[in-house]
Design a protein around this ligand. Structure first.
Ligand code: XUL
Ligand code: CO
Length: 434
Protein backbone atom coordinates (compact mmCIF):
# COMPACT_ATOMS: atom_id res chain seq x y z
CA UNK A 1 0.00 0.00 0.00
CA UNK A 2 1.37 3.42 -0.97
CA UNK A 3 0.55 6.50 1.08
CA UNK A 4 2.44 9.23 -0.72
CA UNK A 5 0.63 10.16 -3.89
CA UNK A 6 3.63 10.53 -6.18
CA UNK A 7 6.38 8.61 -7.96
CA UNK A 8 9.99 8.71 -6.92
CA UNK A 9 11.09 12.35 -7.18
CA UNK A 10 13.37 12.96 -10.17
CA UNK A 11 15.78 15.72 -11.09
CA UNK A 12 14.17 17.75 -13.87
CA UNK A 13 16.37 20.85 -13.81
CA UNK A 14 15.72 24.52 -13.04
CA UNK A 15 13.23 25.07 -15.86
CA UNK A 16 10.81 22.37 -14.66
CA UNK A 17 7.43 23.57 -13.42
CA UNK A 18 6.67 20.27 -11.72
CA UNK A 19 6.53 20.96 -7.96
CA UNK A 20 7.31 17.30 -7.27
CA UNK A 21 10.69 17.36 -8.98
CA UNK A 22 14.17 18.46 -8.03
CA UNK A 23 15.24 21.63 -9.81
CA UNK A 24 18.75 21.65 -8.36
CA UNK A 25 19.37 18.47 -6.37
CA UNK A 26 20.84 16.00 -8.81
CA UNK A 27 22.26 13.29 -6.55
CA UNK A 28 25.04 12.00 -8.79
CA UNK A 29 26.06 15.39 -10.23
CA UNK A 30 29.60 16.27 -9.26
CA UNK A 31 30.39 19.50 -7.46
CA UNK A 32 34.13 19.93 -7.02
CA UNK A 33 34.72 16.26 -7.85
CA UNK A 34 32.24 14.88 -5.28
CA UNK A 35 28.60 13.95 -5.84
CA UNK A 36 25.89 16.18 -4.42
CA UNK A 37 24.57 13.19 -2.53
CA UNK A 38 27.91 12.69 -0.78
CA UNK A 39 28.31 16.37 -0.02
CA UNK A 40 24.85 16.77 1.46
CA UNK A 41 24.13 13.43 3.19
CA UNK A 42 20.45 14.26 3.74
CA UNK A 43 18.70 12.70 6.68
CA UNK A 44 15.02 12.48 7.67
CA UNK A 45 13.83 12.77 11.26
CA UNK A 46 11.53 9.88 12.21
CA UNK A 47 9.88 12.02 14.88
CA UNK A 48 8.72 14.67 12.45
CA UNK A 49 7.94 12.49 9.44
CA UNK A 50 6.14 9.69 11.28
CA UNK A 51 5.14 10.99 14.69
CA UNK A 52 4.43 14.70 14.46
CA UNK A 53 0.68 15.20 14.30
CA UNK A 54 1.18 18.99 13.93
CA UNK A 55 -0.60 19.85 17.15
CA UNK A 56 0.40 23.09 18.87
CA UNK A 57 -0.29 24.49 22.36
CA UNK A 58 -3.59 25.90 21.09
CA UNK A 59 -5.00 23.07 19.09
CA UNK A 60 -5.13 19.41 18.19
CA UNK A 61 -3.10 17.67 15.56
CA UNK A 62 -4.11 18.16 11.95
CA UNK A 63 -1.77 15.76 10.15
CA UNK A 64 -3.49 13.05 8.14
CA UNK A 65 -1.83 9.75 8.99
CA UNK A 66 -4.09 7.11 7.42
CA UNK A 67 -1.50 4.42 8.21
CA UNK A 68 -1.60 5.06 11.95
CA UNK A 69 -4.29 3.56 14.23
CA UNK A 70 -3.29 5.89 17.07
CA UNK A 71 -2.52 3.00 19.42
CA UNK A 72 0.69 2.24 21.31
CA UNK A 73 0.76 -1.27 19.85
CA UNK A 74 3.93 -2.74 18.45
CA UNK A 75 1.97 -3.64 15.33
CA UNK A 76 1.22 0.04 14.71
CA UNK A 77 4.90 0.87 15.25
CA UNK A 78 5.92 -1.84 12.78
CA UNK A 79 3.44 -0.56 10.19
CA UNK A 80 4.94 2.91 10.39
CA UNK A 81 8.35 1.56 9.39
CA UNK A 82 7.10 0.61 5.93
CA UNK A 83 5.46 4.00 5.44
CA UNK A 84 8.69 5.71 6.48
CA UNK A 85 10.70 3.67 3.99
CA UNK A 86 8.20 4.53 1.24
CA UNK A 87 8.83 8.17 2.13
CA UNK A 88 12.63 7.73 2.04
CA UNK A 89 12.46 5.92 -1.28
CA UNK A 90 10.31 8.59 -2.91
CA UNK A 91 12.42 11.50 -1.70
CA UNK A 92 15.74 9.72 -2.27
CA UNK A 93 16.88 10.44 1.31
CA UNK A 94 19.62 8.00 2.33
CA UNK A 95 19.91 8.63 6.09
CA UNK A 96 17.54 8.90 9.01
CA UNK A 97 17.52 9.62 12.74
CA UNK A 98 15.28 8.51 15.58
CA UNK A 99 14.51 8.78 19.25
CA UNK A 100 13.88 5.39 20.87
CA UNK A 101 10.31 6.39 21.70
CA UNK A 102 9.54 7.56 18.15
CA UNK A 103 10.13 4.20 16.62
CA UNK A 104 8.63 2.12 19.45
CA UNK A 105 6.06 2.87 22.16
CA UNK A 106 6.75 3.99 25.72
CA UNK A 107 4.90 1.32 27.67
CA UNK A 108 5.55 2.69 31.17
CA UNK A 109 7.56 -0.41 31.94
CA UNK A 110 11.24 -0.50 31.07
CA UNK A 111 11.33 -4.16 30.16
CA UNK A 112 8.23 -3.99 27.98
CA UNK A 113 9.38 -0.78 26.26
CA UNK A 114 12.77 -2.34 25.51
CA UNK A 115 11.16 -5.51 24.15
CA UNK A 116 8.98 -3.42 21.83
CA UNK A 117 12.05 -1.51 20.72
CA UNK A 118 13.82 -4.77 19.85
CA UNK A 119 10.98 -5.78 17.56
CA UNK A 120 10.98 -2.48 15.69
CA UNK A 121 14.78 -2.38 15.46
CA UNK A 122 14.73 -5.85 13.89
CA UNK A 123 12.38 -4.55 11.21
CA UNK A 124 14.40 -1.38 10.65
CA UNK A 125 17.48 -3.55 10.23
CA UNK A 126 15.77 -5.57 7.51
CA UNK A 127 14.53 -2.48 5.70
CA UNK A 128 17.98 -0.84 5.92
CA UNK A 129 19.57 -3.95 4.41
CA UNK A 130 17.01 -4.02 1.58
CA UNK A 131 17.37 -0.36 0.69
CA UNK A 132 20.89 0.71 1.68
CA UNK A 133 19.44 3.43 3.91
CA UNK A 134 21.69 4.24 6.88
CA UNK A 135 21.01 5.38 10.42
CA UNK A 136 22.74 8.75 10.81
CA UNK A 137 22.19 8.79 14.55
CA UNK A 138 20.01 7.46 17.28
CA UNK A 139 18.98 9.22 20.46
CA UNK A 140 16.88 8.62 23.50
CA UNK A 141 13.75 10.58 24.36
CA UNK A 142 14.51 11.77 27.89
CA UNK A 143 12.05 14.65 27.94
CA UNK A 144 8.48 13.58 27.07
CA UNK A 145 7.55 11.22 29.88
CA UNK A 146 6.44 12.92 33.14
CA UNK A 147 9.21 11.05 35.02
CA UNK A 148 11.67 13.37 33.26
CA UNK A 149 9.80 16.58 34.06
CA UNK A 150 12.68 17.69 36.35
CA UNK A 151 15.42 16.45 34.06
CA UNK A 152 16.95 13.08 33.26
CA UNK A 153 20.74 13.13 33.68
CA UNK A 154 20.26 16.32 35.73
CA UNK A 155 17.26 15.12 37.72
CA UNK A 156 17.48 15.70 41.48
CA UNK A 157 16.26 12.10 41.86
CA UNK A 158 18.88 9.37 41.46
CA UNK A 159 16.22 6.83 40.47
CA UNK A 160 15.12 9.00 37.56
CA UNK A 161 18.80 9.38 36.62
CA UNK A 162 19.14 5.59 36.69
CA UNK A 163 16.04 5.13 34.51
CA UNK A 164 17.50 7.56 31.98
CA UNK A 165 20.78 5.64 32.03
CA UNK A 166 18.96 2.39 31.39
CA UNK A 167 17.13 4.00 28.48
CA UNK A 168 20.33 5.36 26.91
CA UNK A 169 22.07 2.01 27.42
CA UNK A 170 19.35 0.33 25.40
CA UNK A 171 19.20 3.07 22.75
CA UNK A 172 22.97 2.82 22.28
CA UNK A 173 22.69 -0.92 21.84
CA UNK A 174 19.94 -0.42 19.24
CA UNK A 175 22.02 2.20 17.44
CA UNK A 176 24.89 -0.27 17.28
CA UNK A 177 22.55 -3.01 16.06
CA UNK A 178 21.54 -0.73 13.19
CA UNK A 179 25.15 0.25 12.39
CA UNK A 180 24.33 3.83 13.35
CA UNK A 181 27.00 6.36 12.43
CA UNK A 182 26.39 8.43 15.53
CA UNK A 183 24.52 8.97 18.76
CA UNK A 184 23.14 12.35 19.82
CA UNK A 185 22.42 13.93 23.17
CA UNK A 186 20.12 16.90 22.95
CA UNK A 187 19.59 18.59 26.31
CA UNK A 188 15.87 17.92 26.54
CA UNK A 189 15.04 18.90 30.10
CA UNK A 190 18.67 19.10 31.21
CA UNK A 191 18.37 22.60 32.58
CA UNK A 192 16.30 24.42 35.15
CA UNK A 193 13.45 26.83 35.65
CA UNK A 194 14.48 28.27 39.03
CA UNK A 195 17.74 28.42 40.97
CA UNK A 196 15.74 28.43 44.20
CA UNK A 197 15.43 24.66 43.97
CA UNK A 198 18.53 23.85 41.90
CA UNK A 199 22.07 22.78 42.74
CA UNK A 200 23.65 23.69 39.42
CA UNK A 201 27.15 22.39 40.14
CA UNK A 202 25.82 19.02 41.23
CA UNK A 203 23.57 18.75 38.17
CA UNK A 204 26.48 19.53 35.83
CA UNK A 205 28.68 16.96 37.57
CA UNK A 206 25.91 14.39 37.21
CA UNK A 207 25.44 15.17 33.52
CA UNK A 208 29.16 14.73 32.88
CA UNK A 209 29.20 11.42 34.77
CA UNK A 210 26.25 10.29 32.64
CA UNK A 211 28.04 11.14 29.39
CA UNK A 212 31.17 9.35 30.59
CA UNK A 213 29.06 6.27 31.29
CA UNK A 214 27.69 6.48 27.74
CA UNK A 215 31.24 6.63 26.34
CA UNK A 216 32.24 3.68 28.54
CA UNK A 217 29.24 1.64 27.49
CA UNK A 218 29.86 2.37 23.82
CA UNK A 219 33.38 1.04 24.26
CA UNK A 220 32.08 -2.06 26.07
CA UNK A 221 29.64 -2.99 23.32
CA UNK A 222 31.98 -2.03 20.48
CA UNK A 223 29.96 0.95 19.26
CA UNK A 224 32.42 3.21 17.45
CA UNK A 225 29.97 5.81 16.11
CA UNK A 226 30.43 9.52 16.77
CA UNK A 227 28.83 11.04 19.87
CA UNK A 228 27.18 14.44 19.42
CA UNK A 229 25.82 17.12 21.70
CA UNK A 230 23.09 19.32 20.23
CA UNK A 231 23.04 22.80 21.81
CA UNK A 232 19.83 24.71 22.48
CA UNK A 233 19.43 27.65 24.88
CA UNK A 234 15.86 27.28 26.11
CA UNK A 235 12.60 25.46 25.48
CA UNK A 236 11.67 23.27 27.19
CA UNK A 237 13.71 24.47 30.20
CA UNK A 238 14.04 28.18 30.88
CA UNK A 239 17.81 27.69 31.07
CA UNK A 240 19.39 24.79 29.24
CA UNK A 241 22.89 23.68 30.25
CA UNK A 242 23.82 23.02 26.59
CA UNK A 243 22.85 26.56 25.62
CA UNK A 244 25.09 27.14 22.61
CA UNK A 245 28.19 25.81 20.88
CA UNK A 246 30.61 27.69 23.14
CA UNK A 247 28.85 26.56 26.33
CA UNK A 248 28.87 22.94 25.14
CA UNK A 249 32.55 23.06 24.22
CA UNK A 250 33.41 24.51 27.60
CA UNK A 251 31.42 21.81 29.38
CA UNK A 252 32.99 19.04 27.30
CA UNK A 253 36.50 20.40 27.93
CA UNK A 254 35.94 20.91 31.63
CA UNK A 255 34.81 17.34 32.11
CA UNK A 256 37.32 15.62 29.81
CA UNK A 257 34.72 14.73 27.19
CA UNK A 258 35.87 16.74 24.19
CA UNK A 259 37.77 13.88 22.61
CA UNK A 260 34.57 11.82 22.54
CA UNK A 261 32.01 14.38 21.38
CA UNK A 262 31.34 16.67 18.44
CA UNK A 263 28.48 19.10 18.02
CA UNK A 264 25.25 18.56 16.13
CA UNK A 265 24.15 22.10 15.34
CA UNK A 266 20.60 23.13 14.57
CA UNK A 267 19.76 26.42 12.87
CA UNK A 268 16.69 27.27 14.93
CA UNK A 269 18.60 26.56 18.14
CA UNK A 270 21.37 28.90 17.02
CA UNK A 271 18.93 31.73 16.44
CA UNK A 272 17.18 31.09 19.77
CA UNK A 273 20.63 31.52 21.34
CA UNK A 274 20.98 34.91 19.65
CA UNK A 275 23.50 33.65 17.10
CA UNK A 276 23.48 32.91 13.43
CA UNK A 277 23.94 29.30 12.36
CA UNK A 278 27.15 30.32 10.63
CA UNK A 279 28.48 31.70 13.92
CA UNK A 280 27.73 28.45 15.73
CA UNK A 281 29.34 26.44 12.96
CA UNK A 282 32.44 28.60 13.00
CA UNK A 283 32.76 28.22 16.78
CA UNK A 284 32.52 24.45 16.44
CA UNK A 285 34.92 24.22 13.51
CA UNK A 286 37.50 26.33 15.30
CA UNK A 287 37.52 23.64 18.00
CA UNK A 288 37.59 20.82 15.42
CA UNK A 289 34.20 19.76 16.73
CA UNK A 290 31.63 20.34 13.99
CA UNK A 291 29.98 16.97 13.51
CA UNK A 292 26.51 17.18 12.04
CA UNK A 293 23.68 19.57 11.24
CA UNK A 294 19.98 19.56 12.09
CA UNK A 295 18.82 21.39 9.00
CA UNK A 296 15.87 23.65 9.64
CA UNK A 297 15.13 27.32 10.24
CA UNK A 298 13.14 29.47 12.62
CA UNK A 299 10.78 32.33 11.95
CA UNK A 300 12.09 35.86 12.42
CA UNK A 301 8.78 36.90 13.93
CA UNK A 302 8.23 34.01 16.32
CA UNK A 303 10.44 33.55 19.35
CA UNK A 304 10.34 29.80 19.69
CA UNK A 305 11.57 26.67 17.99
CA UNK A 306 9.34 26.54 14.91
CA UNK A 307 11.48 23.90 13.18
CA UNK A 308 10.64 25.06 9.68
CA UNK A 309 12.06 23.63 6.51
CA UNK A 310 15.10 25.52 5.22
CA UNK A 311 14.28 27.38 2.02
CA UNK A 312 16.48 30.45 2.41
CA UNK A 313 19.27 30.34 -0.17
CA UNK A 314 21.55 32.65 1.83
CA UNK A 315 21.23 30.41 4.89
CA UNK A 316 21.94 27.24 2.92
CA UNK A 317 24.90 28.93 1.21
CA UNK A 318 26.38 29.98 4.55
CA UNK A 319 25.95 26.49 5.98
CA UNK A 320 27.55 24.90 2.92
CA UNK A 321 30.43 27.37 3.00
CA UNK A 322 31.21 26.25 6.55
CA UNK A 323 30.89 22.58 5.64
CA UNK A 324 33.13 22.91 2.58
CA UNK A 325 35.64 24.97 4.56
CA UNK A 326 35.98 22.21 7.13
CA UNK A 327 36.58 19.66 4.38
CA UNK A 328 33.06 18.21 4.21
CA UNK A 329 30.83 16.11 6.43
CA UNK A 330 32.28 12.77 7.52
CA UNK A 331 30.12 10.94 10.04
CA UNK A 332 27.44 13.62 10.05
CA UNK A 333 24.77 14.77 7.63
CA UNK A 334 22.06 17.34 7.02
CA UNK A 335 19.20 15.96 9.06
CA UNK A 336 15.89 17.70 8.38
CA UNK A 337 14.80 18.26 11.95
CA UNK A 338 11.86 20.17 10.52
CA UNK A 339 8.11 19.95 10.48
CA UNK A 340 5.39 21.14 8.18
CA UNK A 341 3.14 24.02 9.20
CA UNK A 342 -0.06 22.91 10.87
CA UNK A 343 -1.97 23.92 7.76
CA UNK A 344 0.04 21.53 5.55
CA UNK A 345 -1.68 18.43 6.79
CA UNK A 346 -1.62 16.04 3.84
CA UNK A 347 1.00 13.28 3.49
CA UNK A 348 2.17 14.76 0.18
CA UNK A 349 3.13 17.94 2.07
CA UNK A 350 5.90 15.91 3.70
CA UNK A 351 7.32 15.31 0.24
CA UNK A 352 6.95 18.95 -0.85
CA UNK A 353 8.68 20.07 2.34
CA UNK A 354 11.69 17.78 2.00
CA UNK A 355 12.06 18.34 -1.75
CA UNK A 356 12.19 22.08 -1.09
CA UNK A 357 14.80 21.69 1.64
CA UNK A 358 16.93 19.41 -0.51
CA UNK A 359 16.76 21.78 -3.47
CA UNK A 360 17.63 24.77 -1.29
CA UNK A 361 20.71 22.96 0.03
CA UNK A 362 21.70 21.85 -3.46
CA UNK A 363 21.68 25.50 -4.49
CA UNK A 364 23.57 26.43 -1.35
CA UNK A 365 26.18 23.82 -2.21
CA UNK A 366 26.62 25.01 -5.81
CA UNK A 367 26.81 28.65 -4.74
CA UNK A 368 29.24 27.97 -1.91
CA UNK A 369 31.43 25.95 -4.24
CA UNK A 370 31.39 28.78 -6.80
CA UNK A 371 32.34 31.35 -4.13
CA UNK A 372 35.25 29.19 -3.07
CA UNK A 373 36.36 28.56 -6.66
CA UNK A 374 36.27 32.28 -7.32
CA UNK A 375 38.56 32.79 -4.36
CA UNK A 376 38.10 36.53 -3.88
CA UNK A 377 36.35 36.19 -0.54
CA UNK A 378 39.03 33.94 0.96
CA UNK A 379 41.74 36.12 -0.54
CA UNK A 380 40.26 39.22 1.06
CA UNK A 381 40.24 37.57 4.48
CA UNK A 382 43.79 36.28 4.05
CA UNK A 383 44.99 39.76 3.11
CA UNK A 384 43.08 41.34 5.97
CA UNK A 385 45.21 39.37 8.42
CA UNK A 386 48.43 39.46 6.40
CA UNK A 387 50.19 41.74 8.91
CA UNK A 388 50.30 38.67 11.14
CA UNK A 389 52.38 36.91 8.47
CA UNK A 390 55.27 39.33 9.08
CA UNK A 391 58.00 39.12 11.72
CA UNK A 392 56.02 40.60 14.60
CA UNK A 393 52.77 38.76 13.75
CA UNK A 394 54.48 35.39 13.40
CA UNK A 395 56.09 35.85 16.78
CA UNK A 396 52.70 36.71 18.33
CA UNK A 397 51.05 33.69 16.75
CA UNK A 398 53.87 31.43 17.91
CA UNK A 399 53.36 32.64 21.49
CA UNK A 400 56.88 34.07 21.56
CA UNK A 401 56.15 37.74 21.98
CA UNK A 402 56.12 40.00 25.03
CA UNK A 403 54.47 43.30 25.94
CA UNK A 404 57.94 44.93 25.84
CA UNK A 405 58.28 44.02 22.17
CA UNK A 406 54.76 45.27 21.41
CA UNK A 407 55.65 48.53 23.12
CA UNK A 408 58.90 48.88 21.13
CA UNK A 409 57.03 48.19 17.88
CA UNK A 410 54.41 50.82 18.68
CA UNK A 411 56.95 53.46 19.70
CA UNK A 412 58.85 52.97 16.47
CA UNK A 413 55.84 52.59 14.15
CA UNK A 414 53.53 55.30 15.45
CA UNK A 415 49.77 55.33 14.84
CA UNK A 416 48.65 52.26 12.80
CA UNK A 417 46.99 52.95 9.42
CA UNK A 418 43.83 50.83 9.43
CA UNK A 419 42.46 49.20 6.26
CA UNK A 420 38.69 49.14 5.60
CA UNK A 421 36.73 45.99 6.53
CA UNK A 422 34.76 46.36 3.25
CA UNK A 423 31.71 44.52 4.57
CA UNK A 424 29.36 46.00 1.98
CA UNK A 425 31.73 45.20 -0.87
CA UNK A 426 31.87 41.58 0.33
CA UNK A 427 28.10 41.37 0.68
CA UNK A 428 27.85 42.54 -2.91
CA UNK A 429 30.43 39.96 -3.91
CA UNK A 430 28.38 37.16 -2.32
CA UNK A 431 25.29 38.46 -4.13
CA UNK A 432 27.08 37.96 -7.45
CA UNK A 433 26.73 34.24 -6.82
CA UNK A 434 23.22 33.97 -5.38
C1 XUL B 1 14.63 19.58 19.89
C2 XUL B 1 15.48 18.89 18.91
C3 XUL B 1 15.50 17.40 19.05
C4 XUL B 1 16.84 16.81 18.83
C5 XUL B 1 16.90 15.34 19.12
O1 XUL B 1 14.54 20.94 19.69
O2 XUL B 1 16.05 19.48 18.05
O3 XUL B 1 14.57 16.88 18.18
O4 XUL B 1 17.28 17.01 17.54
O5 XUL B 1 16.51 15.03 20.40
CO1 CO C 1 17.37 18.82 16.56
Amino acid sequence: MAYFDCDKIQYEGPSSKNPLSFKHYNPEELVGGKSMKDHLRFGAAYWHVMRNDLSDPFGAGTAQMPWDDGSTSVENALNRVDVFFEFLDKTGIDFYCWHDRDIAPELNDLKASSAALDQVVAKLKTRQAETGVKLLWGTSCLFSHPRYSQGAATSPDASVYAYAGAQVKKALECTKELDGLGYTFWGGREGYASLLNTDMKRELDHLAAFLHMAVDHARKIGFSGQFYIEPKPREPSTHQYDSDAAACLNFLREYGLLEHFKLNLETNHATLAGHTMQHEMRVATAAGALGSVDANTGDELIGWDTDQFPTDIYLCTEIMLEILDMGGLTTGGLNFDAKRRRESHEPIDLIHAHVGGMDAFARGLKIAHAIRQDGRLAQFVAERYSSFDGDLGSKIEAGQCSFEELEAHSLAGGEPALASGRQEMLENLVNEFI
